[in-house]
Design a protein around this ligand. Sequence first.
Ligand SMILES: Nc1ncnc2c1ncn2[C@@H]1O[C@H](COP(=O)(O)OP(=O)(O)O)[C@@H](O)[C@H]1O
Ligand SMILES: [Mg+2]
Length: 618
Amino acid sequence: MNQLQPNGAVSNSDAVPTMPSDFTDLLDEEINLAGGEFQEDEAFHGAVGRTMYDTPASKDNTVTILLPAEEIRRVPSQSLVRIKSRPLDKGGDGRQYIAAVVEGPFAEPDGLRADAPLVVTTTVRGATFTPRYHGRVQVEILGEEIDNKLVPPRFRPLPNSPVVVIDETETAERLRLLGDVTIGLAVGYESVPVSFSTERKDVLPRHTGILGTTGGGKSTTVSGLIGKLGTSGVAVVIFDTEGEYTQMMQATDDAGMLAALAQRGLEPQGVKNVGLYHLVGRATTNAQHPDRRQFCLKYENLSPYAVMEILNFNDAQQERFLKAYDIARRLMRDPKINPFSKEDEEKVFELDEMEEGYPRLTLQMMYELVRICADTVEGAENFDYLRVKAFRDNLPQIRSVIKEAQLPKVISSWRKVQGSLSRLLRLKIFDTPQATTPDYKAMTKPGRVTVIDLSDTDSPQINNLVISEILRGLHLQQDENYQASEKGESMRKVVVVIEEAHEFLSKERIKQMPVLHQQIERIAKRGRKRWLGLMFVTQLPQHLPDEVLGLINNYVLHKIADINVISRLKRSLGSVDEGLWNRLPNLAPGQAIISFAGMTRPLLVAIDPTPCRLRMIE
Ligand SMILES: Nc1ncnc2c1ncn2[C@@H]1O[C@H](COP(=O)(O)OP(=O)(O)O)[C@@H](O)[C@H]1O
Ligand SMILES: [Mg+2]
């Protein structure tokens, strides 16, 4: 008898007859009867797998795909596949779909559950029993392909349809990842760069949020983007609250970053054409930079209503402040006190006091007027403190205007207003002779990068004043640039990066300073038409109110662990699938979910390491 030996060989034994000689002929006959040798359906050529039958757990718009073990690595997470139903005459419906891998690939043992005791035990004992296995991925249907166009799917792919992998070139096109600024490489692919276009008006000017916990990679992303935007001819202005970006003009010397750059095939290099601004009288974290200027704020750019907000005036104080402001307006119209230019006249004519202050009115003037009013109420007669020459020279006239004005009494409220203005004066950041306001025309030149170093102000209030004033200046400049573009000049593109955006735009602050924030919101809305894109960077997105999140169209989401934040973002960002959201709390530094306007779907991206130097902050 033929015996199966332990080694699988068959031993000859006389007890058993040999195989009939016509055995193979018989077999061939059987095969012919059954329709010939098994031929894989043509539709399956080149296929990596097939769609599975549905189960009670199946969900609309997602399909399970099964694949042999050797194909698993060809269908990584996020990759695109094409599901081709077989033609009508082969039992299919002839439809073709494009889908993206949203879960998996998972490896499952054939015919056994992965957690079956047999599998678990043998694995623990040293894996002497390793069953054959297959792959499973869950895909989300992006659309049905008709004449090479993707349309919303109306049907579901049939079970047992062949699935082929879409190559990386077609993937980049399908996902609309092409453009002049590259953010990084799509995770799961060999080399699919994720880029966006600075040419498109519906991307950067529609505002960007870069969110994630500390250490997630925000500053690396921001500094890398700044360099690339500059190269693409976009002007960038960054409000640098920590002084982290003041050495961007140098190449990085961070060992980890150098290694990451080398691996990605990138060179370390500094950002070109960087100008540095810091507030007059405040230090900068890079005093060596040759292209460095101090700037001051102009009181006349501040709406009187914004001033009252910043100084937190109560009703009585507001009444007195507005009274003094009224007097200021009348006096400023007097040519002896204030020789107006034609331009000023025009400005006054169009003045929107919710947006700006009175032309040429300085903080010193306002302070002195309030003080004269207070002294008048108190009956004091000593005005030696006056420093504004026009006021000293015209004191009798000023006093008669003030007398006519029927000042509200209660000296303590007047003195409070005077004290607050005096504190503002002592900051020495308004209307100083040794510094000018920022040069917005230069700041909006193509490729110009301006770092506003705010590291030495140690006051969120001052930062907010600076940010609002410069935003306003840039907005007015972009208005002007827009007019020029109508006359044929090419439109200047500007991106403004606001680091620690929660300090500037938190719900609390908005409540404290509604006027200032309405201004910002107006700028954000008009910025869309004027090519002024805002980029909000924060580790505390929970502090941003819905109004601000509502302004954001592009997202870079680094690691976020807070479940509440994730669920809020989910509401503003419908396009991110559950599989990606689930990864958000566990992202590595430098990984981010990218959802930019214009992309077919959000992607997990390994952000490019930054070639320039970031200053270490504690
Ligand atoms: N894209 C990246 N490539 C390589 N390493 C990165 C990347 N992003 C972040 N890292 C690493 O993580 C650290 C923290 O990143 P950083 O940008 O300072 O985070 P955040 O600004 O969110 O606090 C970096 O110093 C670097 O070591
Ligand atoms: Mg940072």
